[in-house]
Design a protein around this ligand. Sequence first.
Ligand SMILES: NC(=O)c1ccc[n+]([C@@H]2O[C@H](COP(=O)([O-])OP(=O)(O)OC[C@H]3O[C@@H](n4cnc5c(N)ncnc54)[C@H](O)[C@@H]3O)[C@@H](O)[C@H]2O)c1
Length: 257
Amino acid sequence: MDLSGRVVVVTGAAGGIGRALAVRLAREGTRGVVVSDIDGAGADAVAKLVGGLGVQANVGVEGDVQRLVARAIEAYGKVDVICSNAGIFVPGGEEVSDADWRRIYDVNVMSHVYAARALLPAMLARGEGYFVATVSAAGLLTQIGSAPYAVTKHAALALAEWLSITYGDRGLRVSCLCPQGVRTAMLSDGAAPSFLLEGALEPEAVAEAAIEGIRAERFLVLPHPEVATYFERKASDYERWLRGMRRLDAKARGGSA
Ligand SMILES: NC(=O)c1ccc[n+]([C@@H]2O[C@H](COP(=O)([O-])OP(=O)(O)OC[C@H]3O[C@@H](n4cnc5c(N)ncnc54)[C@H](O)[C@@H]3O)[C@@H](O)[C@H]2O)c1
């Protein structure tokens, strides 16, 4: 898709990858950039920077997502591209509390469902629209040290695939942005395993890859190209892949393996 003249909405755009996406999209000659975040002041600051509209919204709450879309349409008439980017990380395994499992599920999965519900009717009626989901390499592979993140990112990828299959012939384009480590607050907060810092990309590089993927209308956008090889290895020999991941898990825990 040619992005010039388009209206785009980016969630989780007060910082990190979302901020970089908003800044980069504005440089493509877009007509309107709606910068949204749960942090309203942060969204407004980025909106000011890109000459867009700041909207406070918690993507885990359907009413907020509906209000965000309504504000975007009020300001610019329609939404051509949604970058459903906001996401959170919760470390731990099955012992993580139900409240935290539900919280991460709402933000990392239901946010995309709410965005699709709010935007698809108008996009399908026009026969055109673009849904960009920031997933993660964790959605294709796994997340060492976090079952909630691995599970919710797999679910987000499954939803994006389903949307592409079901609506692709009616004009909906879908891209899944699946980076490994990216130098943002999520990585530096210390909740994610430190080995991801090695080889981590700057958010601007991830935004660049996203723009290139949107232009090419490619489903899988891999800012770390080696992820394609890991994904192939997983599919071609699951047992071997699991053994390798156990070694990585032990290493991340400081064990020998
Ligand atoms: N940083 C990485 O290594 C990495 C790797 C792969 C994928 N991702 C994904 O990229 C996306 C962006 O992450 P990031 O690294 O930029 O993180 P970040 O923490 O720097 O930025 C996330 C932004 O989302 C906002 N946010 C959090 N909860 C929200 C909610 N409920 N509603 C609206 N906004 C909310 C935060 O205020 C923040 O501005 C996430 O989906 C994340 O899972 C990150």
